[in-house]
Design a binder for this molecule. Structure first.
Ligand SMILES: Cc1cc2nc3c(=O)[nH]c(=O)nc-3n(C[C@H](O)[C@H](O)[C@H](O)COP(=O)(O)O)c2cc1C
Length: 177
């Protein structure tokens, strides 16, 4: 499988990036190809709704989204890894998702999806907006959920290393097929 891994944290060795690392390791060990895009370290301009793309065409911004555009169209699976920022995905990752707009018509093809989410609190209610966003996005695109790892109680970068979540992320990557 070709897997596109999209991360959203500016903490290079933070909690969600640790999950992404383990997920990628498991997936690679299973023989999959993982193309990773760390949105917080790349240049992706937010969509400005100019509609020049018409939801299926070139974007007016020539930036690092070109990598996503190239790899998402041939991806069998797309994995999202993000911290919770004010009850949503990080804006770095959201900017990437908004830019799906320019290729929207070509994204409605069957793909698997994975969500990896970390946050500091311990509250199902706080998770709900992101989980609903993920589910509705998948419904819209016709993608299938292949697994979610939601890790509450993770505040400092590295907190997740003392939990079983990295192992779960590795297993999820390994189990994709
Ligand atoms: C700007 C910002 C907003 C945050 N918002 C929330 C929040 O709404 N709820 C929560 O539980 N934690 C929140 N946190 C904490 C992070 O979600 C938590 O530390 C997460 O594990 C960070 O993941 P990372 O290490 O991958 O960046 C926030 C942190 C930052 C910096």
């Amino acid at each position: 499988m070709n897997i596109l891994l999209l991360t959203g944290s500016p903490r290079r060795h933070g909690n969600s990036n640790t999950l992404a690392d383990f997920f990628a390791k498991g997936a690679s060990e299973a023989g999959h190809t993982v193309n990773r895009f760390d949105a917080a370290f790349r240049n992706v301009h937010p969509c400005t709704a100019c509609n020049s793309c018409g939801m299926d065409g070139p974007c007016v911004f020539a930036d690092d989204f070109a990598f996503v555009r190239e790899h998402i169209l041939k991806a069998d699976a797309v994995a999202f890894a993000s911290p919770m920022y004010y009850f949503g995905l990080s804006s770095q990752l959201k900017a990437v998702i908004d830019r799906f707009y320019a290729i929207s018509s070509r994204l409605h093809t069957p793909k698997k999806a994975v969500l990896m989410l970390t946050y500091a609190d311990n509250s199902r209610r706080e998770e709900a907006p992101i989980l609903t966003h993920y589910e509705v996005l998948l419904d819209y695109l016709g993608w299938t959920d292949a697994g979610r790892i939601v890790a509450p109680g993770m505040w400092p970068a590295g907190a997740i290393k003392h939990s079983s979540y990295p192992q779960k992320a590795w297993e999820l990557g390994k189990s994709l097929g």
